[in-house]
Design a protein around this ligand. Structure first.
Ligand SMILES: *Cc1c(COP(=O)(O)O)cnc(C)c1O
Length: 394
């Protein structure tokens, strides 16, 4: 089949490689070439590829039940919700199938909160650099003009502000009582590994308490152990009212969840929200097994240790490299920002047997699986350093 006749819609400019098998942090293509995976399918394969505990648990689950329906009790939903509330200190969970769906649920909660306050048109504050998904509502919440283009009219009710500028947020919230939620990624992923500063998160928490506004933290990419804590906002020692999760929660099985606390936890009443597939036994088993393996194998500590190792080695190797703007990150969520667009680095890395990504045009993004060992971490740091040094020498 020639690519011009590929019946798959051309929504991605795909790299010319197809993978057939994986094991741990490695993945093999159709020609039998091996690659070191420093991307995890964009923060999805938390446990790497073909983790024995996940293979065993999912094989067993497929032999029992894949899907029933939310018309019936699903005990595995209760079990996974129980784990998520224990780990987050929050109280209730709604399960869905992806990040944008978790964010849609969050945005509906923000509107319902406004409705209960008697507001006919509730607004949500969102931020520059944000990415929240590709549905009509979540693309409207997203900051990127390329994501908006062609899909007007956008959904109304968003107020966009710069990240980490508490005075502007305070001014907006204090002057506009129709604002019922503040929605942001604890660490922006697609936006280029840009963190919400810890004091900014704490100030948002206080502001939301003062004005009865929901603090909604999109942890779709930065949650589930990626930064060395279960959830990235826990570095700020705060609790959100609403937390969408997805990517890393199922180690590759599609899953989404929105975790809620306080008033937000009881906003949805029967009939307000739903999903056919969400929370099916297969996805729940994937979530439970992922969380269990993270705990049993000390993967939070591993994310912290391997992250510091990679950051330290990148900084040592790249110190003084011209065209380098900043190396930043937390745990195994790492960005290397260059002064010039560098999307070509993805192909150069692929040719050398390394999977990486470039986001926001000029940020090399590393999201390796949480199971990588010290030797693999060194290889990633060295290969990426060499790629960047060569690229800048051109
Ligand atoms: C990937 C991502 C989404 C969208 O998730 P999908 O599963 O692709 O719908 C939303 N928010 C953040 C922060 C993401 O990284």
């Amino acid at each position: 089949m020639t690519s011009s006749h590929n019946p798959v819609m051309q929504t991605y400019a795909r790299l010319p490689v197809a993978f057939v098998r994986g094991e741990g942090a490695y993945i093999w293509d159709q020609e039998g070439r091996r690659y070191l995976d420093a991307l995890s399918g964009i923060a999805v394969n938390t446990l790497g590829h073909a983790h024995p505990k996940l293979v065993q648990a999912l094989s067993h689950q497929v032999g029992q039940l894949i899907h029933t329906s939310n018309l019936y009790e699903v005990p595995l939903q209760t079990a996974l919700a129980q784990r998520l509330v224990e780990l987050s200190g929050m109280t209730n969970v709604f399960f869905c199938n992806s990040g944008l769906e978790a964010n849609e649920a969050a945005l509906k909660l923000a509107r319902k909160h406004g409705y209960n306050k008697g507001l006919p048109a509730a607004k949500t504050i969102v931020f520059e650099g944000a990415f929240h998904g590709r549905s009509i509502a979540t693309l409207s919440a997203t900051a990127n003009a390329k994501v908006h283009k062609g899909f007007a009219p956008l959904v109304e009710g968003f107020v966009r502000l710069p990240l980490n500028q508490i005075d502007q947020v305070r001014q907006a919230v204090s002057q506009d009582p129709s604002i019922t939620a503040i929605f942001l990624e604890s660490i922006q992923g697609e936006g280029g590994i840009q963190p919400a500063h810890l004091d900014f998160l704490r100030q948002l928490r206080a502001l939301c308490d003062e004005y009865d506004v929901l603090l909604m933290l999109d942890e779709v990419q930065c949650g589930i152990g990626r930064t060395g804590k279960w959830f990235a906002h826990q570095w700020a020692d705060i609790k959100p009212d609403v937390m969408p999760l997805a990517k890393g929660l199922g180690s590759g099985v599609p899953i989404g969840a929105v975790v809620a606390h306080g008033k937000a936890a009881s906003l949805f009443e029967p009939g307000n929200h739903g999903t056919t597939f969400g929370g099916n036994p297969l996805a729940m088993q994937a979530g439970l097994t992922t969380l269990q393996a993270i705990e049993e194998e000390g993967l939070l500590q591993n994310a912290t240790d391997r992250g510091e190792q990679i950051l330290g080695r990148l900084r040592a190797r790249l110190d003084g490299t011209k065209g380098l703007r900043e190396i930043r990150g937390k745990g195994l969520m790492i960005g290397i920002e260059l002064e010039a667009p560098c999307a070509d680095l993805v192909k150069t890395a692929l040719a050398k047997g390394l999977l990486i990504n470039v986001t926001a045009d000029r940020v090399v993004r590393l999201l390796p699986p949480l199971i990588i060992d010290a030797q693999q971490a060194d290889v990633i740091a060295d290969m990426v350093s060499d790629l960047i040094i060569d690229f800048q020498a051109k």
